[in-house]
Design a protein around this ligand. Sequence first.
Ligand SMILES: Nc1ncnc2c1ncn2[C@@H]1O[C@H](COP(=O)(O)OP(=O)(O)OP(=O)(O)O)[C@@H](O)[C@H]1O
Ligand SMILES: [Mg+2]
Length: 590
Amino acid sequence: MLFLRRLSRFIGPQRRLVGGSVLAGLIFAASGLVPPLLVRQILIWHAEGTAAENAIGLIVVALAVAFLVRALARYAYGMLSHWAAYNVQHAMMVALYRHIQTLPHRFFTDRRVGALVSRSVGDVETVEDFVAHGIPETVLAVALPTAILVALFLIYWPLALLALLPMPIIVIFGRYIFPRIRNSWGLVRKAMAGVTATVTESIAGFAVVKAFGREREQLRLVEERWRRYRDDIQRAQFFSLIPAGVIELIAGVGLILVVAVGGDLTLRGVIPVADLFVFVVYLGLIYQPVIQLAAISENIQKAMASTDRVFELLEVQSNLSDKPGATAPTSPTWSVEFDAVDFHYEPNEPVLKAVSFRAEAGELIAIVGPTGVGKTTCAHLIPRFYDVQGGAVRLSGADVRDLPLTWLRANISLVLQDVFLFAGTIHDNIAFGRPGATEAEILAAARAANVDEFANRLPDGYDSRIGERGVRLSGGQQQRISIARAILKDSSILVLDEATSSVDAETEGLIHEALDRLTRERTTLVIAHRMATVRRADRIVVLRDNTVTAAGTHDELFDRGGWYTDIIQRQELNTSWQLQSEAGRGSDGP
Ligand SMILES: Nc1ncnc2c1ncn2[C@@H]1O[C@H](COP(=O)(O)OP(=O)(O)OP(=O)(O)O)[C@@H](O)[C@H]1O
Ligand SMILES: [Mg+2]
């Protein structure tokens, strides 16, 4: 089986533990066969009148040993298999995470691969379950009935053959019922996913639900999902419980056959009553594993599907890799140039067409344009989150594709439009920018980004925890932390994507002053919607309709007229309107 061959890469190193667990399992199962055999011996002694003086004492000792071995074997069996399973899980998880880190940016936004990544934890757990239970239990479920049959055949083979008669019925019945059970549980899983998604979403979006007064519709939606789940799981249970009953019935038929024929043989003295006893007890044990095999086959099928997905992910090749001989440059400052860049995410949906602009080393360049035009995309092309399809992005003349990736990423500070902060303290989130930064450097970066202003007012200051169980930060406060993180990184190229969009104009002014001081030595690209932000840029690049439609200083662009002038006038109108209304409110006050 392909899936076992694939898994052997992870299970292989655990073969001793897995083998030990299988062995312990076999001992455990075999020990269960001992007591009936001992009682059989008593019955034989009784029939033949040959019992020795301390016969029962011997039997008791043998029983005690059997149960001691059984207890130890059971512990070793579970212990070793889980030990191996968690080793496999650990190795797989680390291998996956290491691999995921090498994947290009595209894969994290591609929905299908994104789903693979987010499902991988669950998939690895399924494999863990397979190693812990699937492997040893399969061996047991096959070995136990086999051992019983061998024993029965050795005792009296014609009766053993008779006991086997109903077996084919079980096999045929199993073929009919088990696929139906699997399907119905598949539906349950889907329904459960639907329930979870709906409930999670409506709780996450409760503010919107409340604001639009949609509680009742939302409740109806959730109720409906839960009803579908209930119906599906009831149906699944309906099918699932049939085999146990049917198998009991068939086992009953087998037993009746054996008692009828075996009883007759016993009475006629063909076989001793002791043998009939062993037949009856063993037949009670032989059908159990059949039910278990059904559960195991589901476990195996899940493991197969999960293994496929895990390996699909592991086999995704990163096409972003260093060119052979790529060497890290040494210049301290860098120009950034877009040279006739063509780029699209989806074929036939161009985002950037022949985009060209240039930021000289040390310059501040602003990119403006309507929403969705591709500004963030430009920012992502510089650290090679994506590769361009035409033209090139160059740093001081060197194509970014010819530079070592680690060097590239180390020398670009990016403040992303979507702020992401890790669960942890404010301090840790800033320090993330540069491992090994001193306390003084961290505080200086925080001050420059105006984090000081609110951090010092928090009870725990910079050690305040953010996220789930920590303090709630406003959008602007989060942005300032992410700017501090980028400032701390202190790299020669700084890219700010709407980095100050959620802070007020005054704070923005303070941050830009600080950045000015810091950015004199570096090349900076600022993306902003608020035109006041970009005025002081050395050059402003206007992106419209997938390409650069104008570039120049604020004054040049403003005088030229067009989109830029329109926007400026509209925003200034807004500002003066705000000022007027504030002034108006002021005069109305007491
Ligand atoms: N990962 C992606 N996959 C596919 N298309 C994308 C992806 N990211 C962005 N796009 C598309 O590319 C275009 C440009 O997006 P981009 O985020 O660069 O715009 P933007 O100029 O930064 O907009 P905004 O001002 O709203 O931030 C949009 O049409 C968007 O739908
Ligand atoms: Mg954007």
